[in-house]
Ligand binder design. Structure first.
Ligand code: SF4
Length: 151
């Protein structure tokens, strides 16, 4: 559901392919981590390789497989060469806070369901038909997508 339009994905791929951190052999951002089963030693080595200094700021490349990462609305480049789709950083943080504040017993008020549907609209430009009937699916989508904000 929260995938970007093909033109946005193509722009992201073009940017990555022109980036000095793109690894052609694995199509990844830095040394590949995500999508590969690495031993603990390999993982430690990959994480070390992916530490970089960008404009004097220490940061970490994600190690993601870019053809997959570039599809998703709530993915972004770790050095801000491309961003979330339709959300800015602050909105993405607000969304993560909204999701983490949802009740764990599954009981959702009408206001919460409406807010969730508003987030979906903001992210996709599409209205959820009958948000109350589809509340569980909407919340599950938001939860799975905001899990992506944490890397
Ligand atoms: S995600 Fe960003 S840093 Fe990584 S390869 Fe793409 S443009 Fe470069």
């Amino acid at each position: 559901m929260f995938t970007v339009p093909p033109a946005i994905r193509a722009q992201r791929l073009t940017t990555c392919k022109g980036c000095k951190h793109f690894k052609q052999s694995t199509h990844s951002c830095g040394t590949i981590i995500v999508g590969r089963k690495l031993t603990e030693e390999e993982l430690a080595e990959a994480e070390e390789n992916n530490q970089i200094t960008h404009y004097r700021k220490k940061t970490r490349l994600c190690g993601c497989f870019i053809p997959e990462k570039s599809k998703w609305s709530l993915e972004r480049c770790p050095i801000n060469k491309w961003g979330y789709y339709r959300l800015n950083e602050e909105e993405a943080r607000e969304l993560a806070a909204f999701i983490s504040g949802l009740p764990t017993d599954g009981k959702l008020s009408a206001v919460t369901v409406r807010l969730a549907a508003d987030w979906v609209y903001k992210m996709t430009g599409r209205r959820v038909s009958c948000a109350s009937c589809n509340a569980k699916a909407v919340i599950n989508y938001l939860r799975s997508e905001t899990g992506r904000l944490e890397d």
